[in-house]
Design a protein. Structure first.
Length: 178
């Protein structure tokens, strides 16, 4: 029975991490082995729900997700996970893209809606790539359209902050003279 449960659990984990990996466009990572760690795992077979808690780490190539808790829910058919919720203080996501740039995101809650190809960061949300970053209460990243929308609540003066850090003269010269 334990062997059957472990096999089902690993199959469900494969459904969990593949959609999360799609969000970063780091295609080479998808061909690498996947490793999922946590201090505790609970798989509710009847309700098609997997909950990982306590120091959750997902690695696949350069992709790295860290959270205090990760919940994945499968559709009614049980064939594919639909919604993935990572929670932490903060939950984080990083990956090195094929062009060498790193994209990273963090929030108290990171929700991935697979069918809609949408990532929603909520609660102290921040997303950055290179020297630019955006932060707000909520950030929505549409993976298919490659668009980002950020908003803040009235409690934080209703402001979204985007920072563009210019290159210094030395950095420009270093890029021109390899």
């Amino acid at each position: 029975m334990l062997k059957r449960f472990s096999s089902q659990s690993l199959s469900f984990l494969a459904l969990l991490v593949l959609p999360l990996a799609v969000m970063a466009q780091g295609k080479a990572d998808f061909k690498k082995p996947m490793e999922v760690e946590s201090s505790h795992e609970q798989f509710d077979i009847k309700n098609n729900k997997l909950v990982l808690t306590d120091n959750v780490i997902i690695r696949q190539g350069t992709l790295l997700i860290k959270a205090d808790r990760l919940e994945a829910s499968a559709s009614e058919s049980g064939e594919q996970a639909d919604t993935f919720i990572a929670e932490g203080s903060p939950a984080t996501y990083t990956q090195t893209l094929e062009n060498g740039n790193e994209i990273s995101a963090q929030a108290n809650k990171i929700t991935y809606f697979q069918a809609e190809q949408r990532l929603e960061l909520s609660g102290d949300a921040k997303i950055s790539q290179g020297t630019s970053s955006s932060s707000g209460d909520t950030i929505v990243y549409d993976l298919a359209e490659q668009t980002i929308s950020a908003s803040s609540s009235d409690t934080d003066n209703g402001r979204v902050i985007t920072i563009f850090t210019p290159k210094t003269k030395d950095e420009k010269n270093d890029n021109e003279n390899p």
